[in-house]
Design a protein around this ligand. Structure first.
Ligand SMILES: [Zn+2]
Length: 119
């Protein structure tokens, strides 16, 4: 992916997160393929890493990328915008699941994610 494509993608993602009312005070690091992860959140440097390519090198659908980013930004939201206390071994507590459901529903309602990309 070229720098220009990355910049365009990041702009679109940030615009959509803004529509959803999610926080934007994080750094986005768009990377290629990972066989282990779709995305990562690092609370030490407020960075969301997005693995944007499929194994065959193709860019994933925008809907899928946005869904991944929403998931990671909810981690950021919990860490930095609530009085979240991390319990060792539990990444996705009930509140996380509730928030993810809420924001994915909202993204679908706003037409940002096509229902076919929801699992
Ligand atoms: Zn997660």
């Amino acid at each position: 992916m070229t720098l220009e494509q990355k910049t365009k993608l990041e702009k679109r993602i940030r615009k959509d997160l803004e529509k959803l009312g999610l926080p934007l005070d994080f750094k986005l690091d768009v990377r290629g393929y990972s066989k282990t992860y779709n995305g990562r959140y690092n609370p030490n440097n407020d960075t969301v890493v997005l693995y944007s390519l499929r194994k065959n090198g193709e860019l994933r659908e925008y809907d899928v990328l946005l869904k991944i980013v929403i998931h990671e930004v909810i981690h950021h939201y919990q860490w930095k915008h609530t009085d979240y206390k991390r319990v060792k071994g539990i990444m996705h507590n009930e509140e996380f699941k509730r928030l993810e459901q809420y924001y994915l529903d909202k993204a679908e309602e706003l037409g940002l994610i096509d229902p076919i990309f929801r699992r």
